[in-house]
Design a binder for this molecule. Sequence first.
Ligand SMILES: Nc1nc2c(ncn2[C@@H]2O[C@H](COP(=O)(O)OP(=O)(O)OP(=O)(O)O)[C@@H](O)[C@H]2O)c(=O)[nH]1
Length: 375
Amino acid sequence: MVRCGAAALRKYSNFIDNLRVYVRGGTGGMGYPNLGGEGGRGGDVWFVARERTTLKSIREKYPHKRFIAGTGANSSVKALKGEKGKDREVHVPLGISVLDDDGKQIGELNAAGEKFLAARGGLGGSLATNFLPCKGQRRTVHLDLKLIADVGLVGFPNAGKSSLLSKISHAKPEIANYAFTTIQPELGKIMYADYKQISVADLPGLIEGAHANKGMGHRFLKHVERTKQLLLVVDISGFQLSTKTQFRTAFETILLLTKELELYKEELVTKPALLAINKMDLPCAKDNLDKLMTQLENPQDFLHLLEEEMIPANTLEFREVIPISTYTGEGIEELKACLRKSIDEQAEQVNEEYRKKKLLLLQTSKEQVNRGWHS
Ligand SMILES: Nc1nc2c(ncn2[C@@H]2O[C@H](COP(=O)(O)OP(=O)(O)OP(=O)(O)O)[C@@H](O)[C@H]2O)c(=O)[nH]1
């Protein structure tokens, strides 16, 4: 049964991942015609990425959502070159894309301390402008948040994503026996004995037909874009959203999830993926698992089980398939180990590619120097 509790709705209204703000650079200062003095430039508006900042806190602190930098000082006898106006810094969360009003991305802030010039201050008055100052740049921009996590949990409602997140991390998501309990992304961290941490994001609301805007549509899938890997979570007994919708087996669920990812953005299905098969404590789980493993070994042979338009172009290849039960704890430690191994391998691969690129650059510049010597 699909229900949305009042508490869940409250939670939903608490989370925002998009905020529209107005930014205006400061006006320049007046020039001083008699002595040819130049007014100070207007201050700039900067977005600065800071940990522990949320879009919600920005909205609460600045309900007008207007950020205006200081005016440049006028030129005067005492100070012919007027001082620059005060810059305005706006702290934004990590993982922000800055979009203009047409939805075009104009900036990105992913690491603490990164800055983006949102609005440039106007020039001060000078001979060229008849000593009149220029106004600062002004525009409306959208701050679009995409969570940055190592692993994104992807699954249909009730698969046990929240239960899994609370089992492997210290997160305390809401868990209930009805779909859509999770209506905002939840973040948790898996801690390992050597103090390494892996961040995991539970991404809610994905259902069959999300691409056609069913349920919450693809609203939260954007958060998968910046996760390094995907962990698909499926219920071994299958999935049925309501009595009015078709029952889907675990295998069909995996195909449908793949299709939804593909329809949102094809690159998502190229991310390294693992599969957690949950609820292995249920009575028919072992038989269902045998069947599912056969299907996963030769997925092409079983694609006909789905309607043609829901068959994904490519099936996902899982680095690991781990049967688990968040009730009994079966497979949980193995899953944590597999995630760690997979993330470490990916980091190693990225380092290796970086080393190769650097080596290539070094070789090319050496060859260029040698050619210079010989010509
Ligand atoms: N039998 C069994 N039930 C489980 C297991 N894990 C979770 N459940 C139950 O499945 C239901 C859904 O669990 P959740 O963790 O809320 O699932 P979810 O995928 O986060 O669901 P949404 O919030 O709707 O996205 C709850 O009643 C859980 O108690 C499991 O390993 N075995």
